[in-house]
Design a protein around this ligand. Structure first.
Ligand code: CP
Length: 319
């Protein structure tokens, strides 16, 4: 069966998830992103690759990094960008998601970048566009519920490749609230597709999905054991907004057991890098000395995110 994100020529039509996305497509996005990092260094940071295209940023859930970097990326490609302010839009008067989409289509949208608290919202939009004969309009998932955050996963892959080069040689640990994390799901999908031989997940049992080992990872409840000898540490935020009931004793106890401190970081390889998708909770999942330390690459992740999002939008709708 054809991957619903690819058109009949095998080209990217939508970016909804990294789960099932072919290795060559992931590599192609990373390769396309590389020259865009140089555009960011230029005095004139513009390319005409999306000139005349209208991109609608639809963020039904809060965001700092993703919304802003999508906007910067689209503007650098000379697209016309519309940021829908959901709190002042007619969604707040009860308009359905698909009615909002139909109205924006009537304004000749070329691409929707969608963040939504409901898992599956971007997929629903893509299916609706296809069912109504508007499959020339592209959908990019900017994070839906706990399902997927594909551009975060891709910018994380870009960051790892930048610092560590060869995925087939790496030990990587993902640490924290995997249960509620769309970022972790996208990271695991990409890292397994790219052939990482030693992929570990470190978390309290209450924050691990029951099916986690079927995703091709090894699980650890003891952080010290799990971090031993790894090349990359990918921290996750505690997603309190998605927790129904108390899954943890307290933030202080969580920090003691699963917070990344300099003492725990010393168990990884000496040249290990530390990543975090943001927003981070200092003193809960990561100590400031680590977050601001020489092994942390949190801010390069954000910068690479612009180039990766430029690459995705170009591959979808570029000339
Ligand atoms: N990493 C991430 O998605 O951050 P924002 O919520 O700020 O977009």
């Amino acid at each position: 069966m054809r991957n619903p994100q690819l058109n009949r020529h095998g080209e990217l039509q939508h970016l909804l998830t990294l789960d099932g996305l072919p290795r060559e497509v992931i590599i192609s996005i990373l390769d396309h992103a590389a020259p865009f990092t140089e555009v960011t260094e230029r005095e004139v940071k513009k390319l005409p690759l999306l000139r005349g295209k209208s991109i609608f940023n639809l963020f039904f859930e809060n965001s700092t990094r993703t919304r802003t970097t999508f906007e910067i990326a689209a503007k650098r490609l000379t697209a016309d960008v519309v940021n829908l302010n959901v709190s002042t839009s007619s969604a707040s008067k009860g308009e359905s998601l698909l009615d909002t989409i139909d109205n924006l289509c009537a304004m000749h949208a070329d691409m929707f970048v969608v963040r939504h608290a409901a898992s599956g919202a971007p997929v629903l939009i893509a299916q609706h566009l296809q069912a109504t004969g508007r499959d020339h309009i592209h959908v990019v998932n900017a994070g839906d519920g706990r399902h997927a955050h594909p551009t975060q996963g891709l910018l994380d892959m870009y960051t790892i490749r930048h610092y560590k080069h060869d995925f087939s040689q790496l030990s990587i640990a993902i640490v924290g609230d995997v249960l509620h994390s769309r970022v972790a799901r996208s990271q695991i999908a990409a890292l397994t597709t790219l052939g990482v031989p030693d992929l570990r997940v470190i978390a309290p049992k209450t924050l691990l999905p029951s099916s986690i080992e079927s995703m091709g990872v090894r699980t650890f409840n003891d952080m010290r054991e799990g971090l031993r000898g790894v090349d990359v540490i990918m921290m996750l935020r505690l997603q309190n907004e998605r927790m129904a009931g108390a899954l943890l004793p307290s933030p202080q106890e969580y920090y003691k057991m699963w917070g990344l401190t300099a003492e725990k970081l010393a168990l990884a390889k000496p040249d290990a890098i530390v990543m975090h998708p943001g927003p981070m909770n200092r003193g809960v999942e990561i100590d400031s000395a680590v977050a601001d330390g020489s092994q942390a690459v949190l801010l390069p992740q954000v910068t690479f995110g612009i180039a990766v999002r430029m690459a995705v939008m170009c591959m979808l709708a570029g000339q």
